[in-house]
Write a protein that binds this ligand. Sequence first.
Ligand code: IPM
Ligand code: MG
Length: 361
Amino acid sequence: MKIAILPGDGIGTEIVAEAVKVLKALDLSLETETALVGGAAYDAYGHPLPAATLKLAQDADAILFGAVGDWKYDTLDRPLRPEQAILGLRKNLGLFANFRPAICYPQLVDASSLKRERVSGLDILIIRELTGDIYFGQPRGRRIATDGHFPGAEEAFDTMRYSRPEIERIAHVAFQAARKRKASGGAGRVTSVDKANVLETFQLWKDVVTEIGLQYPDVALDHMYVDNAAMQLVRAPKKFDVVVTGNMFGDILSDAAAMLTGSIGMLPSASLNDKGQGLYEPSHGSAPDIAGKGVANPLATILSAAMMLRFSLNQPEAAARIEQAVDKVLSQGLRTPDIYSEGTTRVGTVEMGDAVLKALG
Ligand code: IPM
Ligand code: MG
């Protein structure tokens, strides 16, 4: 099994190192190869997604990705910015289905900014469409400028679009996920989030999801406008089971959902294509403000590695070992600053990784 390791920028290198350490301790025959991506690749090769990095990712069974981006690249032309690396990987590999589970560990209920009773026992799954929508509309990101540069631009536009097949396939993913969760005690409900009251794109979205839903009579379906969904997520998050939405809304709602769990530093993600190949990354970004300080929470990345073992490498037992180890270190009271609360023990990135390693048993 070949894994491409793409740490990226900022805290990416620190957190990925901890996840790799944990993976290597599992005694599986994993072959890993590391490459530069994002700003780091731009600095070395002049491009955020060099051809060799893309090829490595394409040829791998799975990709473990850290994070990309740093304010120092903000003035670059858009195609050269670090973020284009992750967008390019998603598009080139066809990673259309993004799973962002938001689970509140009982040990972390008090780290959430919401009241204990609102988040205790929370277990929801956000499924974000990842290769369409306004992120990839045509033409994309072209600013109309007389001199071709940003400062003189008079207008800017992006186009939001979805095709029926794009919506159909993500809807199937969501209904199947809800069905699977129902088998193990889930509510068996899909909430499709749209803005059909204003946008044609999302009227189509709603119509197509409704149509596909007829094929899953055992799964309940409801629809919610995105503004209301944002409100309900913080008002009564446990009412959700599986949430399916487009690329843009999913980006925003998954950050909001992350905070319910205590910290975005806890949220793993999987991005899959129709061949089961996947890219695994924490839902958070490169956090340049804390990069190099050794305080970043590596758990989202470690949990992403567990998702990788389960979804792409068919190693559910190894995945469970990692998840149980994470649970154990939280029970031991170890906390990086983002999840720290009174009475617990503050640790750094490496210490947290070491603790998970030790807890693997
Ligand atoms: C995410 C990130 C990315 C996105 C950025 C880094 C391009 O915010 O994975 O949620 O917007 O999709
Ligand atoms: Mg985001």
